[in-house]
Design a protein around this ligand. Structure first.
Ligand SMILES: [Zn+2]
Length: 191
């Protein structure tokens, strides 16, 4: 079943995710459905809040961007080929960010048409569990780190527009208003 992606203005996007405690087939199916919705929408990352569930889970796949952008990574101290670790599902991630702060033009599947520079640290170290509950440590930079920081924010109920410079945000105001109105109508219809 193709999952619907929640849109700016829906309260679930402001909700912090609960830790995942059960690692069963249902969790694997959910991650697979999230990936399907992400690919369908041409995205590279998707958090649980974006499919209407407030839990600590996000998925990502950088394979389409591999040739475009340089980045480095180690997973549990090694660097396996990217196609062996992607797509990647991160459960209960604990993210530490460090390194130089850098701007990058971000978008978000819950904000169609909205883009803008967001400044974030350039490196992350993240401890997370996979879909079987096994713990891992990933260190990375570049767009890999960027996606993890953006998705991890979703898990805390934090949106990328909250990290935009006020001047950048001002340029997106009319689009944001339109999205909010559409969400209000959607929520009314669903009631
Ligand atoms: Zn997003």
């Amino acid at each position: 079943m193709l999952l619907r992606i929640t849109q700016f203005g829906e309260p679930i996007l402001k909700q912090k995710g609960e830790p995942v405690t059960v690692f069963d087939d249902g969790l694997k199916k959910l991650a697979a459905d999230m990936l399907e919705a992400m690919y369908e929408a041409d995205g590279i990352g998707l958090a649980a809040q974006q499919i209407d569930k407030a839990i600590q889970l996000f998925v990502m796949d950088l394979q389409v961007r591999e040739r475009e952008v340089d980045f480095q990574y180690t997973l549990d101290g090694r660097t396996p080929p990217l196609d062996l670790i992607m797509p990647l599902a991160m459960v209960n991630p604990e993210v530490e960010a460090f390194g130089e702060e850098q701007p990058y033009d971000e978008g978000c599947l819950s904000f169609p048409g909205v883009r803008g520079n967001v400044i974030r640290p350039s490196q992350v170290r993240v401890r997370y569990q996979d879909l079987d509950g096994q713990s891992h440590t990933l260190e990375c930079d570049g767009i890999f780190a960027r996606v993890i920081l953006h998705e991890n924010d979703h898990l805390q109920g934090v949106l990328f527009i909250e990290r935009m410079h006020p001047d950048t945000l001002r340029g997106q105001e009319s689009k944001l208003k339109k999205l909010k109105r559409a969400s209000r109508d959607f929520l009314k219809r669903r009631r």
